[in-house]
Write a protein that binds this ligand. Structure first.
Ligand code: UGA
Length: 430
């Protein structure tokens, strides 16, 4: 099939690469000339395992192209995927200006029947908005249909998630339109769900908000565990063994960050408020999440009342492992709070330090974890990169000024680090 993907951000780029890999002819277009130029030079704008290899292979074999030529992209396609950003406004409402602009772009160039697919995360009713804008701007009598096909991939495992989704959700105005789009996914052999457009739009927000709720729930349980000397990891294991609950997304820690959960939860709160149904449960989810870092920093300050004269070694800066994304990363909040007290920071992250330096230019970035921990008063683990689990604890003890660990992601076995001579603070583990 001939596809056009509008937007070469996270979702757009992965969508273009994966559909090309499945044998389609994909034109990925973006207004950002610099991004397109670097993609054409085979430089990926994001760090995502396996992406560069898949993109370059499909470029070499002529199945995917990157350009700013929206005109040919739209006119030459049977199916157009809208994959533009949907950032939050100050009050949590989703800013749909990029979606509206993509819809106008399509309307002005509609030269025959096309299926327009909303893959961006958009509030319920956006399918309608896209249809209205295209109808207002089109200059021919060509027909079109608007479909909602939410994306559930995670950063860091985007390619695997896109090739092996738990489900493909298609919200379409008719079964015939849904079936046409399903053809694109047929080879994946994943479970498919056909719904109306509005239900598909809600599935995306409900899924992200539910996962965020699971995280805040286990973090609230972690606080109880901490007070009574219980172990939240064991509690999560015991809960997760019940298939109705499920073991995933029950890792207690510093809370959820990234470009999706924080904004999507706020957007759903906003949407339900607008509809007169206050979603107080989700408001509490946000509140619990926002308290995580304060609680963690308090523990550091309790242990080091002279925090202003301390240096901390921070391991992990990205909002989660296997990505260089710093959006809503907990490291920013933690480091800003500690430096506001006068503390110095030595930090290391395997891939996000360039992005981190834009946000926090005044801390010391180190070559590796051992370098970051040299001479520091305490180690602070913020992101659970696999390589941090395998550090040589004896060596670290020799490098640090005082052997104290604050583990914000429960990376280490408490018994092991304590018997190695460390004072160890973790989340919800006594
Ligand atoms: C999330 C969803 O998982 C995807 O399904 C969805 O497609 C995506 O948002 C999106 O809407 O685009 P992502 O933001 O990449 O994916 O990352 P997750 O792996 O979901 O993690 C989100 C945050 O929750 C991270 O800060 C992570 O550290 C935190 N988390 C996750 C926990 O604190 N505990 C857990 O048990 C799991």
């Amino acid at each position: 099939m001939r596809l056009c993907v509008i937007g070469s951000g996270y979702v757009g780029l992965v969508t273009a690469a994966v559909f090309a890999d499945l044998g389609n002819d994909v034109a990925c277009v973006d207004v950002d000339e610099k991004k397109i130029e670097s993609l054409n030079n085979r430089i990926m704008p994001i760090y995502e395992p396996g992406l560069e290899e898949m993109v370059t292979r499909n470029m070499d074999e002529g199945r995917v192209s990157f350009s700013t030529d929206v005109d040919s992209g739209v006119k030459g396609a049977d199916v157009i995927f809208i994959c533009v950003g949907t950032p939050p406004k100050d009050d949590g409402e989703t800013d749909l200006s990029y979606i509206e602009s993509a819809a106008r772009t399509i309307g002005e160039r509609l030269n025959g029947y096309k299926i327009i697919v909303n893959k961006s995360t958009v509030p319920v009713g956006t399918g309608d908005l896209v249809r209205r804008v295209i109808n207002e701007t089109k200059t021919t009598d060509a027909n079109f249909d608007v479909v909602s096909n939410p994306e559930f991939l995670r950063e860091g495992s985007a390619i695997g998630d896109a090739l092996n989704p738990d489900r493909v959700v298609i919200g379409a105005p008719t079964k015939e339109v849904a079936v046409k789009l399903l053809e694109l996914y047929a080879t994946l052999g994943s479970p498919m769900l056909i719904t109306d457009v509005e239900s598909a739009e809600i599935i995306k927000y409900a899924s992200n908000s539910f996962l965020a709720t699971k995280i805040s729930f286990i973090n609230a349980i972690a606080d109880i565990c901490e007070k009574v000397g219980a172990n939240v990891n064991d509690v999560a294991k015991g809960m997760g063994a019940d298939k109705r609950i499920g073991k995933d997304f029950l890792n207690a820690g510093l809370g959820f960050g990234g470009s999706c959960f924080p904004k999507d939860v706020l957007s759903l709160i906003h949407t339900s408020g607008k509809l007169g149904a206050e979603f107080s449960l989700l408001k509490e989810v946000v509140k619990i999440n926002e308290e995580r870092v304060n609680h963690f920093v308090h523990r550091v300050v309790d242990r080091f009342p002279d925090v202003g004269s301390c240096t901390f070694g921070v391991l992990g800066l990205a909002f989660k492992p296997d990505t260089d994304d710093m959006r809503e990363a907990k490291s920013i909040d933690i480091i800003k709070q500690l430096t506001a007290h006068g503390a110095k920071i030595r930090a290391f992250d395997p891939v996000s330090m360039d992005n981190a330096a834009k946000e926090m230019p005044d801390i010391t970035y180190c070559d590796n974890a051992y370098d970051a921990l040299t001479g520091v008063d305490a180690m602070i683990v913020v992101t659970e990169w696999r390589e941090f689990k395998l550090l040589d604890m004896e060596r670290i003890k020799g490098l640090m000024k005082t052997p104290v660990i604050f583990d914000g992601r429960n990376v280490y076995d408490a018994g092991r680090v304590r018997s190695a001579g460390f004072e160890y603070f973790s989340i919800g583990r006594g």
